[in-house]
Design a protein around this ligand. Structure first.
Ligand code: GAR
Length: 204
C-alpha cells in the first residue's frame, strides 16, 4: 500500500464530516493519517471527536488576532508544522485571505452543502427550498480565492421532497457528505487527482 496521505482537517463546528473521515481511516477504507485537527472555535464538538481518536488538536481563535492576515499567518504556521499532503476544510466557517489560499494552492479542498455554483455562502438549504428547487446536494471542490468558487471535484445531488424542511434537507445532504468526502480524499491518497491549468483531472 502507498504511504498514507497526511492530512490536516480544519473545522468550526460539530465535525460530523471529520468523524466520517476518522471512521473511514479506522476501517482502512481511507489510506490517510489525520495529523491534526484545527478549529477557530474553542468549544467546537469536532475537537472532542479528534481527541477521542487521539489526534492532535489546535485552537486558533480568530478573536485573539487583530487582523485576518495575522490569524491566517498563524494558521499557516500551525499547518506547515505538520507538512500535510492535503488540507481538508470540513465545516470550517472562516473566509480565508487570498494569501492563505494561494499559499496552499492545489493542496486544499472544501465541502459545501449545495450544488455549486448555486448558493455560495450560508443558509444553502433554506435558499434551495425558497427557490422551489427539485434537487439539492453537495459539492467538493479545490479552494480558490473566490468564495465557494474553486474547481469542482465531485457533486452529489438528492431529490428535494415536498415536505422537506431546512432540517430534514440538511440531514439528508449531510448523510451524502459523509460518504462523498472520504471517497474524494481517498482519490488523493491514490494520487488519482490533479489540478492542471485550473482543470480537475481524475484518472480512472
Ligand atoms: C457541512 O454541511 C458542510 O458542508 C458545511 O458545514 C457543515 C459542517 O458539518 N460547510 C459549509 O457550509 C462551508 N461553506 P460538520 O461540522 O458536522 O461536518
Amino acid at each position: 500500500m502507498d504511504k498514507p496521505l497526511d492530512i490536516v482537517v480544519l473545522i468550526s463546528g460539530g465535525g460530523s464530516n471529520l468523524q466520517s473521515i476518522i471512521d473511514q481511516v479506522a476501517a482502512k477504507k481511507l489510506n490517510a493519517r489525520i495529523c491534526a485537527v484545527i478549529s477557530n472555535i474553542a468549544d467546537a464538538y469536532g475537537l472532542q471527536r479528534a481527541k477521542d481518536a487521539h489526534i492532535d488538536t489546535i485552537i486558533i481563535n480568530h478573536h485573539d488576532y487583530n487582523s485576518r492576515a495575522e490569524f491566517d499567518d498563524q494558521l499557516i504556521q500551525k499547518i506547515e508544522y505538520y507538512n500535510p499532503d492535503l488540507i481538508v476544510l470540513a465545516g470550517f466557517m472562516r473566509i480565508l485571505s487570498d494569501e492563505f489560499v494561494n499559499h496552499f494552492h492545489a493542496k486544499m479542498i472544501n465541502i459545501h452543502p449545495s450544488l455549486l455554483p448555486k448558493y455560495r455562502g450560508l443558509h444553502t438549504h433554506k435558499r434551495a427550498l425558497e427557490s422551489g428547487d427539485k434537487e439539492h446536494g453537495l459539492s467538493i471542490h479545490y479552494v480558490s480565492t473566490e468564495l465557494d468558487g474553486g474547481p469542482l471535484i465531485l457533486q452529489k445531488s438528492i431529490a428535494v421532497l415536498a415536505d422537506d424542511t431546512e432540517e430534514t434537507l440538511a440531514k439528508r445532504v449531510l448523510v451524502e457528505e459523509h460518504s462523498a468526502y472520504p471517497k474524494v480524499i481517498q482519490w488523493f491518497a491514490e494520487k488519482r487527482i490533479q489540478l492542471i491549468d485550473n482543470q480537475v483531472i481524475l484518472d480512472n
